[in-house]
Write a protein of this length. Structure first.
Length: 303
């Protein structure tokens, strides 16, 4: 049995789409209200903040994929993420299940140059501190031999049907409405983006590769990085609109954030958008497959 914890989100759906073709094993989808991706999927409602429910959800699993997404709120992250990770690690240890943890880059903090698997943790945000804490939980469990695990890490993402990403919300959706695109910070700084079908396919591939465990992997991300202006130009061509885009300064985000929680919660991450943001996935690219080029990914996502 392959089990996805946190089923229902964008990456979870992509992983669920690819896993059956790789393993031929049954797939269990776990969330508060799981829905099938494949006809044969087993649905298992559970609250991952509850230790007993998590332990039951993991039972019988050879590999567990933790791809849960929480409300984008610092207090929620601080309260729930360490509890969820503790529950999942304990459940995997109890049942002898392998763990694949889908992670982001917040724990790296402000990086001068490329982010690689060797980049040290230096969070400069509260959410980054949470991500550093739970990543260390996984690394310590791996090192001690409690759980056979790997970390699959991704930068900002975009893709078809994605609701909770900045490129989709501020570029694609605005162009669909005939509006100019927007972007936090500078529209002329290079920024790495991962295509969600690549992220899901790669996470699934790592999970079924025995030699991938005990390591951190940066998931396949096209290089070189492009600017938001270049991204918008490629997207605009598919909507038949002018490639207009403007940057959102921090002061404006603060003003909007007084009334809109997601904007308010994103202000501490502004450092990712006012300077170069390079994500290096060459380790994965060489051993598995290369990322979808931006030209092709944007064509498929701009629907």
């Amino acid at each position: 049995m392959q089990t996805i914890l946190g089923a229902g989100g964008t990456i979870a759906r992509e992983v669920a789409h690819h896993l059956p073709t790789l393993t031929g094993e049954p797939l269990r989808l776990v969330s508060r209200q799981p829905q099938k991706v494949n006809a044969a999927d087993e649905l298992h409602p559970a609250d991952l903040t509850d230790a007993a429910q998590t332990k039951q959800a993991v039972a019988g699993s050879s590999v567990v994929f933790l791809v849960a997404g929480l409300r984008y709120n610092t207090k929620t992250w601080q309260h729930d993420w360490p509890r969820i990770m503790t529950n999942v690690l304990n459940a995997c240890e109890h049942h002898g299940s392998k763990l694949v943890f889908f992670d982001n880059v917040y724990m790296y903090g402000l990086v001068g140059g490329k982010m690689t698997e060797e980049t040290p943790f230096n969070p400069i945000s509260k959410k980054g501190e949470v991500r550093a804490h739970i990543a260390r939980q996984v690394l310590e469990a791996m090192k001690s031999g409690r759980v056979e695990a790997l970390i699959a890490r991704a930068p900002d993402f975009y893709g078809p049907g994605v609701q909770n990403s900045l490129p989709n919300a501020l570029i694609f959706d605005n162009f669909k409405k005939g509006k100019a695109a927007q972007w936090p910070g500078s529209v002329d700084q290079p920024h790495s983006y991962i295509f969600t079908p690549d992220a899901g396919r790669a996470t699934a591939a790592l999970g079924v590769t025995p030699s991938a465990y005990g390591q951190t992997w940066h998931l396949p991300t096209a290089a070189p990085a492009i600017t938001a202006r270049q991204f918008a130009s490629l997207a605009a061509a598919h909507y038949g609109v002018a490639p207009k885009i403007s940057g959102l300064p921090k002061w404006l985000m603060r003003a909007v954030g007084l009334f809109v929680e997601p904007v308010r919660e994103s202000i501490e991450m502004f450092y990712q958008y006012d300077r170069p943001y390079f994500f290096d996935s060459s380790k994965f690219d060489k051993q598995f497959f290369a990322a979808t080029p931006y030209v092709e990914g944007i064509r498929l996502a701009a629907v």
